[in-house]
Design a protein around this ligand. Structure first.
Ligand SMILES: [Zn+2]
Ligand SMILES: [Zn+2]
Length: 294
């Protein structure tokens, strides 16, 4: 091995070691009586991660707000039980002030349209300069100009910040992942997050194909972090909170290493044609079987 190659390999290995340091301050976890309904954390000046309090809805989802020069993308609008628009409008207005601008168009999109990711949509219906992406796969495909869903991966330019939209049906027919070339983040929705990755038995093949598509696209793109839409794992490897837990004491960090996407890929391929419950340190593949008839 040449020295330069060795150095490059060493540098590539560094982020994994450095990832022991959490990317964010502790998230609201339902333990403090007076925690806010939403918590905004800045990833960088153009990237914000927002958590909905588990006290407002047990799903406690994460929302993402990504600014470009020409528009800002809101990914998901929460699980209901609170007003999300005032928080989003405040972050946007602070950003505008910092950039000495009066306005920026907003695009409201969804990782997928399960109810816990779109309940705030109605709040944005009458918002000026705002486009809301529809909830079905054909509507998502039409908005992002994806001609061959789910095979085509398309670019969505926020203005000096290009996102790649990766169709990833399986968990839900309209699911997408978003790769952000600027920060090299992979926003993975409910397809991969630290928790129970629900997939119904009849969608398992689509889920597996979507993981393959996401891996094929991101393999050489040096993903910095995989950021999903929930946390359901405790800090203890392989141990999740009970379903609908009212609080998340000692919660695992939100960010996952890229290696977890490869681990998920290997796991779903090892299952053959039938999904089985499969507990990993950072996630649990969780098949949903149709309820038996009685
Ligand atoms: Zn979902
Ligand atoms: Zn969800």
């Amino acid at each position: 091995m040449k020295l330069a190659t060795l150095i490059a390999a060493t540098l590539l290995a560094l982020p994994a070691a450095a990832s022991a340091k959490p990317l964010f301050q502790p998230w609201i976890d339902g333990i403090q009586a007076g925690e806010p309904q939403m918590q905004v954390q800045r990833y960088d000046a153009d990237t914000y991660v927002i958590r909905q309090s588990v006290k407002t809805n047990f799903e406690a989802p994460f929302l993402y707000l990504l600014f470009g020069k020409d528009r800002v993308l809101l990914l998901d609008t929460g699980a209901g039980g609170l007003q999300v628009r005032p928080t989003i409008d405040r972050v946007i207005s602070d950003w505008l002030k910092a950039h000495h601008r009066a306005s920026i168009p907003l695009v409201v999109a969804h990782s997928h349209s399960h109810g816990d990711h779109r309940m705030g949509d109605a709040e944005f219906k009458d918002r000026p300069d705002t486009a809301i992406v529809g909830w079905t796969a054909p509507e998502v495909a039409a908005f992002f100009k994806i001609a061959d869903w789910p095979h085509d991966i398309v670019k969505f330019d926020l203005g000096g910040r290009v996102l790649d939209v990766i169709p990833t049906p399986g968990h839900h027919p309209s699911h997408i992942m978003i790769f952000d070339e600027k920060d090299r983040l992979l926003l993975s929705g409910d397809t991969l997050y630290p928790g129970r990755l629900y997939v119904s038995a009849d969608q398992f093949a689509a889920f597996r194909d979507s993981i393959d598509r996401a891996v094929a696209f991101t393999r050489d793109r040096r993903v910095s972090h995989v950021l999903g839409a929930h946390v359901e794992m405790t800090a203890a490897p392989g141990k999740d909170f009970p379903e609908a837990a009212p609080a998340h004491p000692n919660e695992r960090a939100l960010e996952l290493p890229y290696a977890d996407l490869l681990e998920l890929q290997a796991a779903v391929h090892a299952m053959g044609e039938t999904a089985v419950k499969d507990v990993h340190n950072d996630f649990i593949v969780f098949p949903l079987t149709p309820r038996p008839k009685r």
